[in-house]
Design a protein. Structure first.
Length: 457
């Protein structure tokens, strides 16, 4: 009787799961394994919101496997040590897992391959599990990756995608393999009050609902902060509770301008994966340096803390930051506004902002978080590195009646637009009635500082 181990990492689902499918085709029994590796904690990625969401995902994955006659095996320890221990205990013939594209994932795969080969166990790494198109499948002539999104998108869009695999009917798992208790969301402290529920079941429900209710309006309204017709699927894609291949295919099947605009946004995930796979150092270093002498640490001081707390004096920025604190998620337009304000108006190092986002974002990862921050800071793939988003213009355009601000900055709830976006313009008793800070810096002053620094850089 042959047996395979399936190592789950950022692919916590049973639908459209190539490693699980391949293992079931080649073995009579499988061990679905997830390893809680302390190295992830030490690397700083075990933020409370992601730990809570991960717990939901693992519980849901276990339920899905139990419904198919199996179960999830959970171990704690070094991933390579725990996988090898299961292989030796079960005398497994093969190990299957999805490819990862971060420096951590690449190093883990190399260590695992070496250890398994020493034990005489075959090791299979599967592409296109956490991306629709794998890094390296689409490259320009003379380079290992695309540095600009639009030409990448044209090539990406024409790539043939496989049809998603159905969930297996049965997942036979040997009863003798030891497992630990599943983690529980309730055991995680410091979780954002409004954090969404995790898991494949929830993700699939949200995907179906969004496609039927909001996809058609997405192109026209995806930047509407108060209306929020965004899919909110990024956490489920981050944890692999949804397959990006399936999401793209279902959106294309839905059709229409809104669905096509949504597919274009999904392409950004793959674009950043191919950038980071080719340039792993960009998780901490500028992709395209502008010679910045960023403010950071003590030099950023009180302004950085005010930004984190949503007390900058610019309501649209503060609303976005407070949404992040409450939900562990932020509207994409809010992310752009908040990041531009920190880097271009306050001239604070993008790494400070990326670090704070990673401490709270349930969908926070090295790939999309860091490279989106670099795009906004002008050190990444943006072809207009000196682009500055004016928060007032952004507010009037994307929150014209002030509903988004009034929701997240309740001390300004008594103001209508446009006053709610510029409360400092009020005078006398009208201004004194609102316990809200004045702007940290005048926009003109911030812009002048930024431009002067870039010219000298």
């Amino acid at each position: 009787m042959t047996l395979s181990v399936v190592l789950f990492t950022s692919d916590l689902r049973v639908h459209d799961h190539p490693p699980l499918r391949a293992a079931l085709e080649g073995a009579r029994e499988v061990v679905p394994l997830f390893v809680r590796d302390p190295a992830v904690d030490r690397a700083g990625f075990a933020a409370p919101n992601r730990l809570a969401f991960l717990a939901d995902c693992l519980v849901d994955l276990d339920k899905a496997l139990q419904a198919r006659g199996g179960r999830l095996v959970v171990r704690t320890g070094d991933t390579v040590d725990e996988v090898c221990a299961v292989v030796r205990q079960t005398q497994a013939d093969e190990v299957h897992m999805a490819v990862g594209h971060t420096a951590f994932a690449v190093a883990r795969e190399a260590r695992l391959r070496k250890a398994l080969e020493a034990d005489g166990c075959r090791f299979y790494v599967h592409d296109a599990v956490s991306t629709a198109v794998s890094p390296g499948d689409v490259t320009p002539q003379g380079s290992d990756h695309f540095a600009v999104f639009t030409p990448y998108f044209r090539r990406w869009y024409d790539q043939p995608l496989r049809q998603p695999f159905a969930a297996p009917r049965a997942v036979p798992v040997p009863s003798t393999v030891r497992t630990e208790d599943l983690p529980a969301r309730s055991a995680v402290s410091g979780v954002s009050e409004g954090l969404a529920a995790g898991g494949e079941s929830e993700g699939r429900k949200r995907l179906g609902s969004w496609l039927s209710r909001h996809a058609d309006a997405y192109q026209e309204r995806h930047d509407d902060l108060a209306g929020d017709v965004t899919s909110r699927l990024s956490p489920y894609l981050h944890f692999g509770a949804l397959s990006p291949t399936e999401v793209v295919q279902r959106a294309r099947s839905r059709g229409g301008h809104g669905a096509e605009a949504f597919v274009r946004q999904l392409c950004w995930r793959d674009f950043y994966h191919q950038v980071l796979a080719a340039r792993p150092e960009t998780s901490t270093r500028d992709y395209r340096t502008q010679g910045d002498r960023w403010r950071s640490g003590e030099d950023a001081g009180a302004e950085l803390q005010a930004w984190r707390e949503g007390r900058t004096g610019y309501p649209i920025v503060d609303a976005a930051m407070r949404q992040l604190a409450h939900e562990g998620w932020m509207h994409n337009r809010g992310r752009l506004i908040a990041a531009s304000f920190l880097t271009k108006t306050l001239y604070i190092d993008w790494r400070e902002g990326a670090r704070h986002f990673l401490s709270l974002l349930v969908d926070g990862d090295v790939v999309n978080n860091q490279l989106n921050w670099q795009w906004v800071a002008g050190t990444g793939t943006d072809t207009r590195p000196n682009r500055v988003l004016n928060p007032i213009r952004q507010a009037l355009r994307h929150d014209p009646d002030g509903r988004y601000v009034r929701r997240w900055v309740p001390e300004l709830a008594g103001l209508e637009a446009p006053d709610v976006h510029e409360p400092w313009r009020l005078t006398g008793l009208d201004r004194a009635a609102y316990d809200y800070p004045d702007p940290l810096v005048a926009l003109g002053d911030g812009l002048a500082r930024f431009r002067n620094a870039r010219e000298k850089g």
